[in-house]
Write a protein that binds this ligand. Structure first.
Ligand SMILES: [Zn+2]
Length: 114
């Protein structure tokens, strides 16, 4: 069970890291594109589109970084022996939930908004 979780988390971490690397390349190239566009004219429609795209990619990077952190935390908890315990209420997280989301840090009850 624990080893299955570790395998799942490690493959998920590799996948998320690849995704992050791709997004960072995308972000770098959009910064480069903005530099090449006429950056002085803020009313330039192309400039506005590029800025919007950049914000979009930046927001996406933020979410992927959060996801990566969640996975790293789950792996640390696996090492410490607290994996599978809800971080909020201290109860065991159901195996079905961990199978669906190995990085889950809380039980369904604690994760869902009131
Ligand atoms: Zn809980």
């Amino acid at each position: 069970m624990t080893e299955d979780a570790r395998t799942a988390l490690e493959s998920e971490r590799a996948r998320v890291r690849d995704q992050l690397a791709g997004l960072e390349r995308e972000f770098a190239s959009s910064v480069e594109a903005a530099r090449n566009a006429n950056a002085d004219d803020e009313h330039d429609p192309e400039g506005a589109t590029l800025a919007f795209e950049r914000q979009h990619v930046a927001a996406h990077i933020g979410r992927v970084v959060d996801r990566l952190r969640e996975i790293e935390t789950a792996l640390t908890r696996l090492d410490e022996g607290s994996y599978g315990i809800c971080q909020r209420c201290g109860r065991q997280i159901p195996a079905g939930r961990l199978a669906a989301r190995p990085s889950a840090a809380t039980c369904v009850g604690c994760a869902s908004p009131v």
